[in-house]
Design a protein around this ligand. Structure first.
Ligand code: NAP
Ligand code: GDD
Length: 324
């Protein structure tokens, strides 16, 4: 029988890769999209004919109840969120409504409409924040450092709570940073690779960044969506850390990205206080042993391959845009 999955956040980076993967496996994919004055389907234009779209919003519970009643998915992947950490400091209440309470609205909608639906919650390594141990595992206590991180901790625990209270098949993937050519331009990796491409093509000379010493465990989004799917194929729901186990600084990312086009990042990167955060997450590095042993999941893309893929993609896109 064909399986039907609902993806919230289908217009985002992960939503686009997950939709691709599920369609490739023969799923019917329903994508929840919120109303906006201009359409925002750049990441899924190649999938438009294959996805069924449903209007809804994490801020509006009735819309999600209606979608579940109409489309009857057997799996729900909740990827929608206000996902940018910097914005969460300026809009903490909206971030809480969407990234925290939005999870309860969706879980309750599932409980009301069909409690046999399998649910995936997009939890985050940002929950570890001021890390209590290195590397971070499923057992590491949380100490979030941003309104976004706090909201994700709520989303994580309400998922665990609904699993324990109502026996929902609800799993939480604690994913470390994952990037791709489809990453939003505001996130540091894509900001760097786009900036590198502009500088290499003579369209800019400088790239302004914040804290170059922050360290992240960066993987490729295309690899990570597979771990989400594997979680929902288990007999028992659970929580899993998904990461590469390697950490690199923003400075190292810059060094490698600029060196791909024969440039020295020190000649082009300027530090700008505007991009510093009120509280920072200095170091993230995870241990994905549980995901490896129980889900059979391992990352396939190395840090160097990721940086190269993103720089190449931005170079190609800018050349196309400027008819070069
Ligand atoms: P993203 O590119 O920012 O996509 C976020 C998605 O959420 C977009 O489709 C957006 O729709 C949608 N959205 C935002 N507010 C909404 C609302 N009120 N109702 C319905 N949809 C809404 O994020 P991503 O990188 O794909 O990440 C996917 C999920 O994983 C997020 O929950 C994120 O917090 C989490 N996560 C990401 C990472 C990472 O490194 N990428 C790591 C750990 C966890 P519009 O297109 O309309 O804005
Ligand atoms: N965005 C940005 N812009 N970050 C910068 C800049 C800059 O100009 N300069 C330095 N940084 C530093 C940030 O201070 C942070 O320490 C690091 O680069 C990574 O920032 P982001 O790329 O914005 O990602 P994030 O780690 O804050 O959050 C991402 O990963 C989380 C998982 O740990 C997002 O995808 C979250 O949604 C996700 O949950």
């Amino acid at each position: 029988m064909t399986k039907r999955a609902l993806i919230t956040g289908i217009t985002g980076q992960d939503g686009s890769y997950l939709a691709e993967m599920l369609l490739g496996q023969g799923y019917e994919v329903v994508g929840m999209v919120r109303r906006s004055s201009t359409v925002n389907f750049e990441r899924i234009t190649h999938l438009m004919d294959d996805i069924e779209f449903a209007a809804g919003d994490l801020l509006d519970q009735m819309s999600m109840i209606e979608i579940l009643r109409t489309h009857r998915p057997v799996e729900v992947y909740n990827l929608a969120a206000q996902s940018f950490v910097q914005t969460s400091f300026g809009q903490p209440v909206l971030t809480g409504e969407t990234t925290a309470l939005g999870v309860t609205r969706l879980l309750d909608a599932i409980r009301i409409v069909d409690d046999s639906i399998r649910y995936y919650q997009a939890s985050s390594s940002e929950m570890f924040g001021k890390v209590m141990e290195v590397p971070q595992t499923e057992a590491t206590p949380f100490h979030p450092r941003s309104p976004y991180g706090v909201a994700k901790v709520y989303g994580h625990w309400i998922t665990v709570n609904y699993r324990e209270s109502y026996d929902l098949h609800a799993s939480s993937g604690i994913l470390f940073n994952h990037e791709s050519p489809r990453r939003g331009l505001e996130f540091v990796t894509r900001k760097i690779t786009h900036g590198v491409a502009q500088i290499a093509l003579g369209q800019a000379s400088e790239l302004r960044l914040g804290n170059l010493d922050a360290k992240r465990d960066w993987g490729f989004a295309g690899d990570y969506v597979e771990a989400m799917w594997r979680m929902l194929q288990q007999d028992t729901p659970d929580d899993y850390v998904v990461c590469t186990g390697e950490t690199h600084s923003v400075r190292e990312f810059c060094e490698l990205a600029f060196s791909r086009v024969g440039l020295d990042y020190q000649d082009h990167v300027a530090v700008d206080e505007r991009y510093f955060r009120p509280a920072e997450v200095d170091l993230l590095v995870g241990d994905a042993t549980k995901a490896c042993e129980q889900l059979g999941w391992t990352p396939r893309t190395s840090f160097a391959q990721l940086v190269e893929m993103m720089v190449e993609s931005d170079l190609e896109a800018l050349k196309r845009e400027h008819g070069a």
